[in-house]
Design a protein around this ligand. Structure first.
Ligand SMILES: [Zn+2]
Length: 367
């Protein structure tokens, strides 16, 4: 087999099976408990990070639409799937807003993003270009990306400036929220090596999980989870615990891969977003809404999402071709798929059910 460029590294999923004693058999939907289901994918293997042995079945619940692995790694052995993961390095994003950027294009992008954030969320970032309102018509997707970059967080006010980022990894968003946005921000992370990396940034990170922690109840105005919920064994009880951490009127912000995404339709079992066996439960808009309502959230709003489609197509194509999806670049991409990705991106909109990621804000009521 020949590969498009020397950058493309062929790789195979690890051989062997997951330790039998480390499996958990469900037989029913982990969200709504229905036993009514269809087999969606068989023989899924780790072709994203190439560390987890085993092959996996993904089922789709006919009642609530959620996708789930069954059997799946239990909570005692799931760490095997994270032997090499991407949240251990120390990184900083805070200077994307306030730090000096080299090059005219980068400075322009920074100023446009700041202009959007000042206009929409009442910040006062500099440098900024305040005429982004006019450019918005031509750059709607860029505006959505700017909104998602700050997780739709308004400029903080006294009394509503406590933020918790769950599954914060190396803490780059906690640092951004604290140093650039002005929140009193903390993180919660299960992986001890990621906690160490985060603490090197000089930020407050608690070691624990959403189910096991000693965080004070009703004390956060904002909780955020970026690509975390799909990794959890019990998403509804996690959401319920998150609701308990929120102040009355507080808000949880969640971003997750969308099971109904265009890349999943195009690439099926080769779609990057499946990421077996780390993604245990996969949502679409309907199943995410059901889960939030089961956890007691009454008011929720889905946000427009931009970007990711080309990357999702590129990396899924790499998986399909037996290539490490993190070794490929846009230049390696076959032209017909690039066109298909662009078409899909053009058809995409805030109301599309096929966006690559879902972003939702849900509120704890004031009672
Ligand atoms: Zn269900």
């Amino acid at each position: 087999m020949s590969f498009p460029s020397p950058r493309c590294i062929p790789r195979f999923a690890p051989s062997g099976e997951w330790p039998e004693g480390g499996l958990e058999h469900l037989g029913r939907c982990p969200i709504c408990s229905s036993e009514d289901r269809n087999l969606m994918h068989d023989n899924l293997r780790d072709r994203v990070f190439f560390v987890a042995p085993g092959s996996w079945r993904m089922w789709r619940c006919k009642n609530c639409d959620v996708g789930y692995l069954d059997p799946r790694p239990n909570s005692k052995t799931i760490g095997l799937a994270y032997a090499s993961y991407y949240t251990h390095e120390t990184a900083s994003r805070a200077n994307h807003i306030s730090g000096p950027r080299s090059g005219l294009v980068r400075r322009l992008r920074q100023a446009l993003r700041n202009g959007e954030l000042n206009r929409s969320y009442n910040y006062h970032f500099e440098p900024s270009i305040s005429s982004f309102g006019v450019l918005r018509v031509f750059a709607k997707r860029k505006a959505w990306e700017a909104d998602a970059f700050v997780r739709h967080l308004p400029a903080p006010k006294p009394g509503s400036d406590q933020l918790l980022d769950i599954g914060c990894g190396n803490g780059e968003f906690v640092e951004l929220a604290q140093k650039a946005l002005g929140y009193r921000a903390e993180g919660l992370e299960l992986d001890a090596r990621a906690v160490e990396a985060a603490r090197r940034l000089g930020i407050c990170v608690h070691h624990g999980s959403v189910d096991q922690n000693d965080l004070p109840l009703q004390s956060y105005a904002h909780v955020t989870l970026c690509h975390v919920l799909e990794h959890l064994h019990h998403p509804v009880s996690a959401l319920s615990n998150i609701r308990s951490l929120l102040q009355p009127g507080g808000r949880v912000w969640i971003e997750i891969p969308n099971l109904d995404a265009a890349s999943h339709r195009q690439f099926g079992a080769n779609a990057l977003l499946l990421d077996s066996p780390r993604h245990l439960v996969m949502f679409n808009r309907k199943s995410l809404q059901i889960s939030l309502e089961m956890a007691g959230f009454t008011s929720l709003a889905f946000k427009p999402v931009g970007g990711f489609i080309e990357e999702a197509y590129l990396q899924s194509w790499a998986i399909q071709s037996g290539i490490d999806p993190y070794s490929v670049e846009i230049a390696d991409f076959p032209a017909h798929l690039k066109t298909a990705a662009r078409r899909s991106a053009d058809a995409d909109s805030s109301r599309s059910l096929q966006v690559e990621s879902l972003i939702v804000c849900a509120y704890r009521d004031n009672a």
